[in-house]
Design a protein around this ligand. Structure first.
Ligand SMILES: CC(=O)SCCNC(=O)CCNC(=O)[C@H](O)C(C)(C)COP(=O)(O)OP(=O)(O)OC[C@H]1O[C@@H](n2cnc3c(N)ncnc32)[C@H](O)[C@@H]1OP(=O)(O)O
Ligand SMILES: O=C([O-])CC(=O)C(=O)O
Length: 448
């Protein structure tokens, strides 16, 4: 910014600040549903979906009544889906992608054929790695994913075709290729920005998405069965979250204009990158490191609580006033994914002698709940992002891959929502904004 630090730029900033702020009372005056939320805290109904369903409360006599959270993919409760494939000692993510996109569980033959198809699609087009990833690395892998998806547009002869056959082809290509782009992009970043050796491990046929991510992103390509199973579970739990989550809704909005798949999915990646959405998993890791650096004895709950209050009052960490990994727009008492991931995190922490750190995460959860209950009477639960980063950390996955892994998983949900939008609702999404400026006359330049 320093090269812009002159009077003219300072004036532009002042004008930007003064002329773009709308007073909070205007929102009340015009009954604006901020964040598309009703007065009772429930979401405004803006669409229909068969893909995923999130339950976090009941509405009884127009009042929001909290309850334990539940998540359904195509009507199947996710915890049952997880139990199902784990009991049969299989990876679950590919089956989950099939379910989300095609609306039914695959038969054994369908799943085998589907895995073979994904095997072929994981490879990047000729020249893509050299021209778009190695020549143009980015410090941020989400940014790299976004523009790589857009580069794929230019290599697709049918890029703008909205036939369902083409939409399915493009969706599968992206779901299969995003992990490869993410792993290669990570190595390019490490090499060009952090002076590390450059590794490119091409995807391996016969490996699941989780196994391929570990194989492609690790220098030595080695991983254990447990590590692959844990990552697979994370992919399944991140794959979908209804039509109203910010990135799925962005997919619906952008798709409703009739634009191409690459534009829609890169938009969704941009949305997920935000720290209030998928980007929270990286923020959790940074926040926990910050707590360790600033709280002398983080096992002392009083000391920890005081520091969390400092974060909430914008006087510590990133000064945004948020405890990342906590809170949710729908869940009230619990996020079922956080419950499952907390159990997994505990198992891993025991194995890796890391219980002290597990306890820190768990204390952040319980103390944040306590602070919100006592100060605002507000129910607050851990969300999927609180324990996922801790798990990735224990799998030695670097922090700049946390949100990209989320994107790799959620690309399944986005694709299903895009296909649904294009097949079911041809109306362009176009809500209203009340104009609150008042009219002005145009003044000739000589008179200003
Ligand atoms: C994959 C995902 O996207 S899961 C979410 C990941 N995001 C995070 O973990 C970031 C931290 N959490 C948050 O920012 C929020 O809880 C969100 C964005 C997830 C949900 O936000 P909302 O739907 O607005 O939450 P809700 O309506 O329940 O709460 C509103 C109030 O509680 C505050 N609040 C909610 N969560 C938090 C939090 N973690 N830290 C501090 N304040 C919070 C909001 O700022 C808001 O305060 P205000 O009324 O004074 O403006
Ligand atoms: O549903 C939401 O608002 C956020 C989201 O995507 C998730 O929790 O996975």
């Amino acid at each position: 910014m320093s090269h812009y630090a002159n009077k003219a730029f300072e004036n532009l900033i002042k004008m930007a600040q003064n002329n773009n702020f709308i007073k909070p009372e205007h929102y009340d005056k015009y009954s604006v549903k901020k964040g598309l939320r009703n007065k009772n805290g429930t979401g405004v109904l803006v669409g229909l979906t068969k893909v995923g369903y999130v339950q976090g409360y009941d509405v009884i006599d127009a009042v929001k009544v909290p309850k334990e959270g539940a998540l359904y993919y195509r009507g199947i409760e996710v915890k049952d889906f997880v139990k199902g494939f784990q009991k049969e000692d299989r990876m679950g993510f590919e089956e989950c992608v099939f379910l989300l996109l095609f609306g039914k569980l695959p038969s054994k033959d369908e799943l085998e054929e589907f895995n073979l198809l994904l095997d072929e699609l994981r490879f990047l087009p000729d020249g893509f790695t050299e021209n778009f990833l190695l020549k143009l690395p980015s410090k941020n892998i989400m940014n790299l994913l976004q523009r790589s998806v857009l580069f794929l547009y230019s290599m697709d002869d049918e890029a703008d075709d909205l036939d369902v056959e083409n939409l399915v082809r493009q969706s599968l290509e992206l779901i299969a290729k995003i992990p490869t782009i993410m792993a290669y992009g990570y190595h390019a970043t490490e090499h060009y920005f952090n002076e590390k050796s450059l590794f490119i491990h091409p995807p391996k046929r016969g490996l699941s998405t989780a196994e391929n991510i570990l194989h492609m992103s690790r220098h030595n390509s080695k991983y254990t069965k447990t590590e692959a199973e844990v990552l697979d579970l994370c992919l399944v739990l991140h794959a979908e979250h209804g039509g109203g989550n910010n990135s799925a809704f962005a997919t619906h909005v952008v798709s409703s204009s009739g634009t191409d798949t690459y534009s829609a999915i890169s938009t969704a990646i941009g949305s997920l990158k935000g720290p209030k959405h998928g980007g929270a998993n990286s923020k959790v890791k940074l926040m926990i490191s910050n707590i360790k650096d600033n709280v002398k004895n983080f096992e002392d709950k009083n000391e920890l609580k005081n520091y969390l209050m400092k974060i909430l009052s914008k006087k510590a960490f990133d000064n945004e006033g948020l405890i990342y990994g906590m809170g949710h727009a729908i869940y009230t008492l619990s996020d079922p994914r956080a419950v499952l991931l907390k159990e997994k995190a505990y198992e891993l922490a025991k194995e890796k002698n890391n219980i002290k750190e597990f306890q820190l995460y768990s204390d952040v959860e319980s103390l944040t709940k306590e602070i919100f209950k006592n100060s605002k009477g507000k129910l607050m639960c851990a969300n999927v992002d609180l324990y996922s980063g801790f798990i990735y950390d224990m799998l030695n996955i670097p922090e700049n891959l946390y949100t990209p892994i989320f994107a790799a998983a959620r690309s399944a949900g986005w694709s299903a929502h895009r296909i649904e939008q294009i097949l079911s609702d041809k109306k362009i999404i176009r809500p209203a904004y009340q104009h609150v400026h008042g009219d002005n006359d145009y003044t000739p330049l000589s008179k200003r």
